[in-house]
Design a binder for this molecule. Structure first.
Ligand code: 13P
Length: 258
């Protein structure tokens, strides 16, 4: 069985004090649950190093929300892969729909970023997902296929161990509307099928596919019980320990149930 992975995407939220406090509470809860699931928090850039300090002594990993693909140099405002690993990041979120929609990131740029991260020791949470209009027009699988093929272009099987896919239907992000367990499982099974065609069953079986989009304490367990749902990428509900804690507990319960 793939080890469940729950990551909190804090997006552009918290401040230094509240971020440190939240990290400390997540670390305490993860430690209390024991080493049964993987947990990560992804704070805004200015707080990465301080949050890392709060996570010390726990198994909670640190993730960033973006990276640039080039080596350090003249790129005003950007952050290189080795800077993220230098401050203790294990993960970076790439391909998020907010960056695709608001900042216009295309598959080709996302692919360069994924290649740069995986050429160093940085894991990638690679987000894909369809718009509501795509789902309504029965284009979900075509969109997922295009995003997978574009984002993972020229990446061979050897780096797939460093990549986690996050299926985040755009219509479910921050809306309170969650994909049904059947919709999530259907999309995840499609993604695994695509990975199987591309990389073979052995590699595809090892890749974790997280679900993201209005994951809350009361829907986490049913979503995480689906055979191809290997964790969650949580936005809004990752911003308080009171909401994120029960999601971690649900994951630990699913892990124990096997
Ligand atoms: P919400 O959990 O707030 O819907 O956000 C999901 C998300 O975008 C995680 O990356």
């Amino acid at each position: 069985m793939r080890r469940l992975f729950v990551a909190g995407n804090w997006k552009m939220n918290t401040n230094l004090a509240s971020g440190k406090e939240l990290a400390k509470a997540v670390a305490a809860e993860a430690t209390r649950l024991g080493d049964v699931i993987d947990v990560a928090v992804c704070p805004p850039f200015p707080y990465l190093a301080s949050v890392k300090t709060e996570l010390q002594g726990s198994k909670v990993k640190l993730g960033a929300q973006n990276v640039w693909f080039a080596a350090p140099g003249a790129f005003t405002g950007e952050t290189a892969v080795e800077m993220l690993t230098d401050v203790g990041c294990s993960w970076v979120i790439l391909g998020h729909s907010e960056r695709r929609q608001i900042l216009g990131e295309k598959d080709e740029l996302i692919n360069k970023k994924i290649a740069a991260a995986t050429s160093e020791d940085l894991g990638v949470i690679f987000c894909i997902g369809e718009l509501l209009e795509d789902r309504q027009a029965a284009r979900t699988e075509a969109v997922l296929e295009t995003q997978l093929a574009g984002g993972l272009a020229n990446l061979d099987a050897a780096v797939m161990g460093q990549i986690v896919i996050a299926y985040e239907p755009v219509w479910a992000i921050g809306t309170g509307v969650t994909a049904s367990p059947e919709q999530a499982e259907g999309a995840h099974a499609f993604i695994r099928g695509w990975l199987t065609k591309q990389y073979g069953a052995k590699v595809a079986d090892g890749v974790r596919i997280l679900y993201g989009g209005s994951v809350k304490a009361d829907n986490a367990e049913i979503l995480l019980s689906q055979p191809n749902v290997d964790g969650a990428l949580v936005g809004g509900a990752s911003l308080t320990a009171a909401q994120f804690g029960p999601i971690l507990q649900a994951a630990a319960k699913c892990a124990a149930a096997g």
